[in-house]
Design a protein around this ligand. Structure first.
Ligand code: B12
Length: 313
């Protein structure tokens, strides 16, 4: 947040400097075009044009006559005209900080968003984390991009900071649990197709606690139109045949990260593959645990490394 405040102060100061002179584009500043401004204020582009023509909303004009907006223009407008805009923005805009974040969401500035979401998750600030996830999704960012470019790097950052001793174990738990909770809430916002294209069983093995990656795979499969079944942490494969008979999945997604006992993990994986083959279900695997588990089996269709891949395969 310090960084954010610095950026804000710096931009405001610079803006004041130019507004005393003539209002013209300064290459050092970040400008929105009319479409971006409309998206942030959650109004039509025609409203943006009308308000600028009426002098209600400040802007600068390019040589070609295009309207460009600084965050401060929008913030000033918001202050004066709260009633003119709906609260349901892609990232609810209530103050300049929110506007700044909206800009990064719109621009897909993941480096900024990774640091911001990491910081907010560390503080267990669910609302802030949620707003970014929802903002990106409602702003038409593909779900797999949000997971590959934002959530995964944030989780890696949690791991790196913990390894460096910058996060205690309880802080690591609190941070990741905040992210996990926000992902579960995001699930409620996802637009799901009504027509189902298949059934997918998302499975974890009996010693596995790392369930966030598979939860995200589950979401990706749901938006693709799969009916999904998600087993969750520490799932023993005892009588797993019954699950195949009940749900008749055509795809099995297995996630493995931690392999405390390779013999146990290998035996479980082989069993799942054997039953999958018997039920003509394709197996898709992911996670670093498969660097250890032998996975050359006829039932295994593919090892998947990214959420984009999970969306496309
Ligand atoms: C959060 C976390 C935890 C949480 C898990 C909470 C939860 N509900 O998931 C808790 C605190 C419980 C935990 C516990 C442990 N953890 Co941990 N944990 C992490 C952390 C920080 C993030 C994991 C994560 O979600 N990553 C994000 C996912 C999206 O990334 P990914 O796993 O690389 O997956 C990618 C692909 O492989 C693919 N993918 C993954 N799975 C699947 C599945 C399918 C089907 C598909 C299609 C794709 C796919 O998608 C991702 C996109 O690239 C990592 C650090 C890190 N670098 O990942 C350590 C890490 C995974 N943990 C580690 C360890 C050692 C442990 C513990 C053994 C610690 C301990 N001594 O107790 C225990 C193990 C518990 C167990 N039995 O499982 C190590 C693993 C080392 C290894 N195997 O190489 C890591 C790497 C930390 C480290 N640097 O040492 N952990």
């Amino acid at each position: 947040m310090n960084h954010l405040n610095n950026v804000k102060k710096c931009t405001v100061t610079k803006f004041l400097l130019i507004s005393k002179r003539k209002k013209q584009m300064n290459p050092d500043f970040q400008y929105f075009n009319s479409e971006e401004a409309a998206k942030i204020l959650n109004v039509n582009v025609s409203s943006i044009k009308r308000w600028t023509d009426e002098g209600e909303l400040e802007c600068v004009k390019t040589v070609g006559g295009h309207r460009k907006f600084l965050i401060q223009h929008l913030a000033k407008f918001l202050e004066r005209h709260q009633t003119k805009i709906s609260k349901a923005n892609i990232f609810p805009v209530e103050n300049e900080t929110d506007l700044e974040i909206s800009l990064h969401i719109l621009r897909g500035d993941y480096q900024f968003l990774i640091n911001y979401v990491y910081e907010q998750a560390r503080l267990c600030a669910r609302i802030q984390v949620q707003r970014v996830l929802n903002g990106l999704y409602l702003g038409q960012t593909p779900l797999y991009t949000i997971y590959d470019k934002l959530v995964t790097p944030v989780l890696y950052q949690v791991g790196d900071r913990w390894e460096k001793g910058e996060l205690t174990i309880i802080e690591e738990h609190l941070t990741t649990q905040t992210i996990r909770d926000c992902l579960i809430r995001l699930q409620g916002v996802l637009q799901l197709p009504t027509q189902k294209i298949g059934k997918a069983l998302c499975l974890m093995m009996s010693t596995e606690l790392h369930d966030i990656a598979l939860k995200m795979v589950d979401h990706i499969l749901e938006i693709r139109g799969f009916q999904t079944y998600y087993s969750g942490q520490l799932t023993p494969s005892i009588k797993i045949e019954k699950v195949f008979e009940t749900f008749r999945p055509d795809r099995i997604y297995i996630s493995s990260t931690s392999v405390p006992d390779l013999n146990i993990a290998q035996a479980e994986f082989d069993k799942i593959c054997y039953i999958s083959a018997a039920h003509k279900a394709k197996v898709f695997i992911g996670g670093r645990g498969f660097n250890m588990i032998e996975h050359q089996h006829p039932a295994v269709a593919k090892r998947i490394f990214t959420f984009e891949d999970a969306y496309l395969t």
